[in-house]
Design a protein around this ligand. Structure first.
Ligand code: ADP
Ligand code: MG
Length: 247
């Protein structure tokens, strides 16, 4: 899948010792705690959540509403900092990094898809996928070519010039997926990406997302309420009293 996978692996340089050293997992959550103040009370949403995510793995996060799925994805995706515990990326702790350093990691290595697409309404599907690449510094022609490839791969080759309002819900979500992976991230976090779609469209979008992840070696964590779709991923975890449990 050369059209969707443009990463190179900086660690695999064939240098001395490199091939024999044990490589740390892509993402490790270690005792992650996240609390919210509610007036006088404190709500501990994550109470020591731990997990290991290896490169190329797809994981479903299945848990009832209000149990902390979005909070977990935000902390794991470096959008929020844990109150205690640590998030390691390639074995490196991330909580002490500056906001700029965390933003750079998110921009280059992490993609997000949400329940509502959050596409820019004034721009076409193509432009929505080109934009994050330009922000990252890619040349416009290169960004456009990659956007066309990605949208084509996701079955949207004939929708490039449509604005979000001129697309169906499933098409909007596929554009949002293309945008999320436009900069060839290593990690994708999807927060109920099909929660707003009818069952047939939902299955199609979900399968498209997992096929793309598998084809490009992307690691994905997907919060979902759909057990049938979750069953198609490599692993399933849930949140129980703020702690991650394999199911
Ligand atoms: P889920 O995604 O599983 O529905 P969330 O992570 O969104 O759960 O929220 C978990 C709990 O934390 C909920 O009870 C929610 O009300 C609370 N919560 C989430 N974000 C905040 C916030 N910024 N301030 C206060 N409480 C919050
Ligand atoms: Mg949520």
């Amino acid at each position: 899948m050369s059209d969707v996978d443009t990463h190179t692996d900086p660690q695999d340089d064939g240098g001395p010792g490199g091939a024999y050293e044990e490589r740390p997992p892509l993402l490790v959550l270690d005792g992650v705690v996240r609390r919210y103040r509610q007036g006088e009370a404190t709500l501990e949403v994550l109470a020591g959540a731990s997990m290991v995510m290896n490169a190329g793995e797809s994981i479903a996060l299945i848990a009832p509403s209000g149990t902390g799925k979005s909070t977990l994805l935000h902390v794991a995706g470096l959008l929020e900092r844990p109150d205690s515990g640590e998030v390691f990326l390639d074995g490196e702790p991330t909580s002490g990094l500056s906001d700029d350093a965390r933003t750079a990691i998110r921009r280059n290595q992490i993609g997000f898809v949400y329940q509502f697409h959050h596409l820019l309404p004034e721009f076409s599907a193509l432009e929505n996928v080109v934009m994050p690449q330009l922000i990252r510094g890619l040349a416009p022609a290169e960004a456009k070519s990659r956007a066309e490839d990605l949208l084509g791969y996701l079955g949207l080759g004939k929708r490039l010039t449509h604005r979000p309002a001129e697309l169906s819900g499933g098409e909007q979500q596929r554009v949002a997926i293309a945008r999320a992976v436009a900069n060839a991230p290593r990690l994708l976090f999807a927060d109920e990406p099909t929660g707003n779609l009818d069952p047939t469209t939902s299955a199609h979008v979900f399968q498209t997302l997992t096929a793309l992840a598998r084809a490009s070696g992307l690691s994905a964590m997907v919060a979902t309420h759909n057990l049938d779709l979750a069953a198609t991923l490599d692993r399933r975890v849930t949140l129980r009293d703020g702690v991650l449990v394999e199911v």
